[in-house]
Write a protein that binds this ligand. Structure first.
Ligand code: URA
Length: 475
């Protein structure tokens, strides 16, 4: 396989070998540096077979090819070989080969995420030039420079930049991306933006929330040497207890009764996120992908067992959820609980979350009036929802309301034509669309309300049946 353009090269080769019916054991897949073994090259046959593979596999392969494990190509091909005769393999949660590939996919996504967060550019050109020029050195754990380059091109489209890595390097000049092998590590100048990073980092650091393990999992030490702000970390950690004490002293002594109530509620809650996945929660809590974080109290992540079969997705936290830091604790959540009880869904067995993680509202006097998130906000937050789905890997996701349905399927059509049906996403995730409980709370027309309540109940019963449960209610 070449070092540049490996995704396309693997796809082409795998397609050819599959069409020619070449079994995995006849192939030796190698990287650019692997010596070619002439005897391992399979015989080319003339007859070929048309093949089609699920889009979810294509998406999986598109990530796994960037993993650093040299056996990735062979593993992908071996799975693809089996997939050809067993098209439902992509949804087999017990398949160990698929599980290994999913882990590799997750590692690659994580590495891409780190790259987006931790690349630090330094100016290498004339600051007065029309297109300013920047460069960075980065050491990713996987070969993620190619799949992540488009992100930087979109974000920094108005400047020229280059990112060097020990593997391949990318240059973006005059809006054109090119990839290069064997570029030596450049001697990068210190620049004024270094101090800016340090100051920014010191300002966003909250000493009262210091969790060293979570911090290191979010920003592993191996990245520190290329991040100017990392130099400030030891001092910030050692000074944190004193700063937290000072903050506590300065805090208001009489919290709002509503806040107090929400805090008590929150104290009863113990997170189900494991050490392994806690980084997701800590990353989400500092999310600034869209402006909604400015006015909200906190990001509200999903809650429930990480091995839940059923995931329920709502729109966004409401007023009470925003204060409590938990999804579905307000009126809509209580109505959901009522229906869940009726049909026999145990909320403790379900993973509950929202399409958008911050509360969007307008303040009217003391009240905060809910505002629906817009398309951009939903798209920005989709990253977190997809992360939650990847962690939980539910058998079925229930989309409650139009926002959740759009966030999960990227299709924005009226709910009435979709309700009660299962839609399959490209990545193999099944989505059942239904009403949002807030709709049932709002609907004034008795006929429509009756129909909506019946529909919601039957959808939840259907969802339970799909994940292997037995409903206690009847229609
Ligand atoms: N509505 C939602 O969609 N989600 C919540 O968490 C609460 C209300």
């Amino acid at each position: 396989m070449p070092r540049i353009g490996v995704a396309e090269a693997w796809r082409t080769a795998a397609r050819q070998y599959l069409q020619q019916n070449v079994p995995p054991e006849q192939l030796t897949w190698g990287g650019a540096d692997t010596p070619r073994d002439l005897f391992s090259a399979p015989q080319i046959k003339t007859e070929t077979h048309e093949i089609s593979v699920p889009r979810s596999f294509v998406s999986l392969a598109n990530s796994v090819v960037w993993h650093s494990d040299p056996s990735r190509f062979a593993k992908l091909y071996a799975f693809l070989w089996r997939l050809r005769d067993h098209p439902y393999l992509m949804s087999d949660r017990g398949d160990t080969e698929l599980a290994a590939l999913r882990r590799m996919e997750k590692n690659v996504h994580r590495c891409q995420h780190k790259m987006k967060a931790f690349v630090r550019f330094r100016e290498i050109g004339d600051p007065a030039a029309k297109r300013r020029s920047f460069a960075a050195w980065f050491e990713p754990s996987h070969h993620t420079i190619e799949p992540t380059a488009q992100f930087f091109a979109r974000r920094f489209g108005d400047m020229d930049w280059r990112i060097y890595t020990p593997d391949i390097s990318v240059i973006f000049e005059s809006k054109k991306l090119t990839f290069h092998e064997n570029c030596p590590r450049p001697d990068l100048p210190e620049d004024a933006s270094e101090q800016l990073w340090v100051t920014y980092f010191q300002n966003i650091f909250n000493p009262a929330r210091l969790k060293i393990k979570a911090m290191q999992s979010e920003m592993p030490k191996k990245y520190w040497k290329n991040m100017p702000e990392a130099a400030a970390i030891p001092d910030m950690i050692s000074g944190a207890p004193a700063r937290a004490r000072a903050m506590a002293k300065a805090a208001p002594t009489l919290p709002l009764p509503r806040v107090k109530q929400a805090q008590q509620q929150q104290a009863r809650f113990t997170s189900s996120w494991t050490q392994d996945s806690a980084h997701l929660v800590s990353e989400l809590s500092s999310c600034t992908r869209c402006p909604l974080h400015c006015a909200a109290t906190q990001a509200v992540h999903g809650e429930g067992p990480l091995d839940a079969n059923l995931m329920i997705v709502g729109e966004q936290p409401g007023d009470q959820e925003d204060l409590a830091g938990r999804p579905f604790v307000g009126p809509a959540g209580q109505l959901f609980d009522e229906f869940a009880r009726k049909v026999g869904i145990d909320r403790k067995q379900v993973f509950m979350t929202n399409a958008v993680k911050h509360f969007k509202y307008v303040a009217r006097g003391k009240r905060r009036i809910h505002q629906s998130p817009n398309k951009q906000e939903i798209k920005h937050c989709r990253f977190w929802l997809d992360e939650e789905i990847r962690h939980v890997a539910p058998k079925l996701v229930v989309a409650m309301g139009a926002t959740a349905a759009f966030a999960l399927t990227n299709v924005q059509t009226t709910l009435n034509t979709r309700r009660g049906k299962i839609e399959m996403r490209a990545d193999g995730v099944s989505v059942l669309v239904t009403y949002h409980p807030s709709y049932l709370l709002r609907e004034k027309d008795p006929e429509k309300l009756k129909a909506a309540r019946l529909g919601f109940q039957s959808d939840l019963m259907y969802a339970l049946k799909c994940v292997g449960g037995t409903s206690v209610a009847t229609y």
